[in-house]
Design a protein around this ligand. Structure first.
Ligand code: AMP
Length: 288
């Protein structure tokens, strides 16, 4: 595996690969890698010839007072893990080269960026869409891999790629969890022992929401209230939101129908954790 920092150097290496007919896959990350990130890299390894993973803690997607400076970093360990997962090129750009000041151009995706995480973190998805657009322009991947763990981010990136005609297939990958259900996240490192023990309540609550939909509940408020109550019963959890939304538009269907996603954000001490699960309401049978 090669580790590169400069944009020009990366471009010239990948130009050579593409000229030789090789397909480039991209896995964007903010580093502090865990098995969720590595699952994306392994999938890219099976589907593309040259796997590029990027590590960049993108300042544009952090709001004032968020954890940009505290965000965990360990590039040496990340290098060893990425190498073992089959990454060919680790791209670790410098902030100065990514954002020569001042940044006058940003990419914002309307509607799907607005609810849920977008309501809690107003400039977050413009920061994400901008850095992903830049990475697409720098790397020129034919496929790019994103985790369902950050489901709204996946929807935003898909829409951005389609609206701006990036010649890249956006591939969504399933959420990797701890045995007790907690979704892997770099931010889990903020949890105290007690918070870590409490945190699986989020997945348990989302699963209970799915079960009630499968049992026939079609009122979105009833489902989100059930999820919220389970989370709020945990003293260490501070609920930000629990919602059930359409998996494509991220709007709340009433009554519930089609492909749904139950989404939650919960603060445990210093850690703000997000998670989601999917469920499909079967179409009514004809002719009864
Ligand atoms: P991050 O470093 O948090 O920006 O994440 C980089 C990529 O890894 C994003 O596409 C995330 O959705 C994905 N990812 C993070 N955690 C997980 C997980 N537990 N399972 C699957 N993918 C994940």
């Amino acid at each position: 595996m090669k580790t590169l920092h400069g944009i020009a150097e990366l471009r010239s290496l990948l130009d050579g690969e593409r000229t030789a007919g090789r397909a480039v896959g991209l896995v964007p990350t903010m580093g502090y890698l865990h098995d969720g990130h590595l699952s994306l890299m392994r999938q890219a390894r099976t589907q593309t010839d040259v796997v590029v993973a990027s590590i960049f803690v993108n300042p544009l997607q952090f709001g004032a007072g968020e954890d940009l400076d505290a965000y965990p970093r360990d590039v040496d360990r990340d290098g060893r893990l990425a190498d073992a997962a089959g990454v060919d090129v680790l791209f670790v750009p410098n902030t100065d080269e990514m954002y020569p000041t001042p940044v006058l151009t940003t990419v914002s995706v309307a509607q799907v960026s607005e609810p849920l995480e977008g309501a809690a973190r107003p400039h977050h998805f413009a920061g994400v869409a901008t850095v992903v657009a830049k990475l697409f322009a720098i790397v020129g991947p034919c496929r790019a891999y994103f985790g369902e763990k950050d489901f709204q981010q996946l929807v935003v990136v898909r829409r951005m790629a389609r609206d701006l005609s990036f010649p890249v297939q956006v591939v969504g990958c399933p959420t990797v969890r701890e045995p007790d259900g907690l979704a892997l996240s770099s931010r889990n490192s903020y949890l105290t022992a007690g918070e870590r023990e409490a945190a699986p309540v989020v997945y348990r609550a989302l699963r209970a929401g799915v079960a009630t939909v499968l049992a026939g509940e079609r009122d979105p408020a009833a489902v989100s209230t059930l999820v919220a109550q389970i989370i709020e019963a945990e003293p260490l959890a501070q609920l930000d939101y629990a919602e059930v939304v359409d998996a494509d538009s991220l709007r709340i269907p009433d009554p519930l129908a089609g492909n749904l996603r139950l989404m939650a954000a919960v603060q445990f001490g210093r850690a703000r954790l997000i998670d989601n699960v999917g469920v499909t309401v079967p179409a009514p049978t004809q002719g009864g």
